[in-house]
Each structure stands twice: as C-alpha cells, then as structure tokens.
Design a protein around this ligand. Structure first.
Ligand SMILES: C[S@@+](CC[C@H](N)C(=O)[O-])C[C@H]1O[C@@H](n2cnc3c(N)ncnc32)[C@H](O)[C@@H]1O
Length: 404
C-alpha cells in the first residue's frame, strides 16, 4: 500500500513524522515539509513505519555522502550543520522537559569538524568486502570511504581492503590516536603477511583478542595530559569535542584544594586525572580491568599523586561510607542503576556532574536526583555530527535544605 504524505516534524532520531488515518507514521531520510510517496514497512497497534518510494517535493538538502540513503549510519545529513545543532539542542530540551519536567535552556557546543572527526571505526566483512551493516539488518553496504572518519583511518582501510585476504575475516576495527593507528582484525588471517603489509603504517595489530604486533595500545594527548589507550578501553571518538567537554567539566566543578572527587565509570582515568591538580584527591571506579591498568599507567605518566583507581562494578563497590564533595558520573548509554543513585544521594556530595551520551536515560536519572539536587546547567556537545546522537553535561547542586 502506498500513501502520499507531508512530513510535519522530526522525532528524536531525526525520522520524519506524519499521520495516515490518524495513526502516526515515522519515515527516515525526510525533513519537515517534504512531500513523499511512502510504502508501509511496519505496522503495530500504535504506529506505522514507512520508506520513501519517491520524493514529490523535497526541501533542499545538504547530503554529500553517496551512501546516505543506503547506509543509515547518518541520520540528519539533510540538515545544514546549523540546523543539526538546533535540532540537537531542542531535542535535549524536549526530552528533559517530557521525562523530568526540567525547563532548562540548553547550550550546544559545536564540533570544529562536521566531517573527518571519528577516530574509531568498526567495519563488518562479507564476501571479502569491508563495509557497514544497513540499519537494523545484516545486509552489508560495501564501503571504506565514510565521510565521518579521519583520513588516516580511511587510508588504512583501503590498504586492508586491497592487500589483505579477508575471506575468513568477520570484523576490522581501526582506531587513531595522536596520528598513530591501531588495527584489530577478527577472523583467520595470514599473520606474517598481514604484519608485513601493515607494520610500517600502523603502530599495533591485534588478531582475535591477541596482540600480534606492537604493544596493543596507543597514546592520546589531551591539553597537557598524555593518556594510554589499550584497544579494549573506551575512549571518546571526537577528540576536539572531548577536549571542550573536559574543559567544561573542570569549569563547572569549580574545585578547590579541599575537595574530594569521585569519578564513577572512569574508563582510562581521563576525567579524574584532568581534575586532579585542582582538588585534594580523586577516586576513580571502572569495570574494565584493562582500562584500570591504563588509568594507573596514566597516573604515572602524568605524574599525579592524589588519584586512586578501583576496578569493579560501580554498584558493587560504592557505598554510603564513601565521602566526596563532587561526584562525576559518566555511565554507558543505559545510565545509572537505582542502587547507585540512592547511594550517591546518601553520600550527599555538594555537586554532581552527570556526563551522558543518551538524553533519555539522563532525563530518567535526573528525575530521581532532582528531589535532592537543583539542575543548574545543561550543556549539549555535538560529539557525533550527522547523527542524531548527542553528548550532555549537567551540573547538579545540592538543595540548600540538604546541606549539613
Ligand atoms: C561512557 S564511558 C566513560 C569513560 C570515561 N569517563 C571517559 O571519559 O573516557 C563509560 C565507562 O563505564 C564503564 N562501565 C560500564 N558499566 C560499568 C559498571 N557497571 N561499573 C563500572 N564501570 C562501568 C565502561 O567500561 C566505560 O569505560
């Protein structure tokens, strides 16, 4: 069944919204005002999903990627960069308002680069071809030349595609830090041959979780700090925006030498180390053992004395005997669990700085924290241009009535 519809607005994932017989329909790759002929691809009791068959009238777009309509990795390329920033600012404001009744105006910090910003890529491999899975499918779109990637990463991907036998390979991950490259290949390869082809171009190679060339890690410079990043450790994908994020966290935390800080979900210790010179002491907690090894190495490299790291699950380690004036949380997309929220409330720090990559779980958690904390500032960071994803930092200050 085909329908002609006009897109009325966009949802949080940048999909066009319209109505057919009073039922809501979501259509990707459309913009407000577009008139499109759509095919229904999914029907549930509550909503429809459709695919554009033909654009009857399309708003001028800014799409420069030839794979945009097939790939699905980018969601909002039809907008100018300025429109993307407004979309993300309003998206965070709407989500916070809808799920937590928070009415703060949100500032948005742009990325210096709209393209060529990503320092990490995961290619899937099928029939000897590197590429990306089409959204929600295992259909591979063969391509190495993604506009979001740093050029150094694309160069290595081209070499791997042209020179390495990928017939028994399932995945290739490439990361860049400080102009050095780390490659992780999953599957069976001719190791000596791969090392021979790549060793003068990359710093380290991993195959099936084993380091087969180099040390298995790289270093990343952020302002005056140097951070070791092992291949399994989390690291932000847009270094320019990461730098702006950390400068903002330092400013919002307004630390004094008397302050004790806890950095929950600390990864390689980056935020804690960045703050450590401005406070009395920092404690970092992180579940990934390799990231904690990196964090301890980063402590030494940066000559920091007042920081300690604990490896383990935050909810198993943190308890109300911990003391801190400031708690930083930077959880994965699923946000904070209830035990951690309740324990943070019992520790009663003066300030909480919540760093989030998902505004929906952020709103859910702020809703629980705002019984005890004022949400004084929300800043969005465009860590992921061209996609609907957005990073946020919130400053929470303890309500006066809770100050002991
Ligand atoms: C968004 S990253 C933040 C890392 C770090 N703050 C940074 O800026 O690079 C989230 C981190 O939480 C860690 N993590 C996930 N679940 C955890 C848990 N239950 N307890 C402790 N750490 C966890 C992940 O390994 C990851 O390093």
């Amino acid at each position: 069944m085909y329908y002609n519809i006009t897109i009325e607005k966009l949802n949080h994932q940048g999909k066009g919204i319209s109505h057919i017989n009073n039922k809501i329909i979501f259509v990707k790759n459309t913009n407000i005002g577009d008139e499109v002929k759509v095919k229904i691809t999914k029907e549930t009791k509550k909503y429809l999903e459709g695919e554009v068959v033909r654009y009857i009238k399309q708003k001028p777009t800014n799409i420069i990627c030839p794979y945009y309509y097939q790939c699905g990795g980018c969601h909002i390329s039809m907008m100018s960069y300025q429109e993307q920033l407004i979309f993300k600012k309003e998206k965070v404001e709407n989500i916070l308002n809808k799920y937590a009744h928070i009415n703060n105006k949100v500032d948005i910090i742009p990325s210096t680069n709209q393209y060529n910003y990503r320092n990490k890529v995961t290619y899937h491999v099928q029939n000897n071809q590197l590429g990306f899975y089409q959204e929600h499918t295992n259909n591979l779109i063969p391509l190495t030349d993604c506009l979001l990637l740093l050029p150094q990463i694309k160069n290595i991907a081209c070499i791997i595609q042209q020179k390495i036998n990928l017939s028994n390979v399932t995945k290739v991950v490439i990361k860049e830090h400080d102009n050095n490259i780390m490659v992780n290949i999953e599957g069976n390869i001719d190791k000596p041959k791969v090392i021979n082809i790549l060793s003068d171009k990359v710093k380290t190679i991993i195959n099936n979780n084993k380091v087969i060339y180099g040390d298995g890690y790289l270093f990343q410079t952020i302002d005056n700090y140097k951070f070791k990043v092992s291949w399994t450790s989390f690291f932000q994908v847009n270094i320019d925006v990461m730098q702006k994020l950390y400068q903002t966290i330092l400013k919002l935390s307004n630390l004094t030498k008397k302050d004790k800080v806890i950095d929950l979900y600390c990864g390689t210790g980056t935020i804690g180390i960045y703050l450590s010179k401005h406070c009395q002491e920092v404690l970092g907690i992180e579940i990934n053992k390799q990231a904690i090894e990196d964090a301890n190495s980063n402590k030494k490299t940066n000559n920091i004395q007042n920081i300690k790291f604990i490896s383990g699950d935050v909810k198993k380690i943190i308890n109300n005997h911990y003391q801190a004036n400031t708690i930083i949380v930077d959880p994965p997309r699923k946000g904070l669990d209830n035990y951690t929220i309740e324990t943070i409330k019992k520790i009663t720090p003066k300030k909480i700085i919540y760093v989030s990559c998902d505004p929906i779980t952020l709103a859910r958690d702020l809703n629980k924290l705002q019984i005890q904390y004022n949400i004084d500032k929300v800043i969005a960071f465009d860590m992921f241009p061209e996609t609907y994803h957005v990073e946020c930092v919130c400053l929470l200050n303890l309500h006066k009535t809770f100050i002991k």
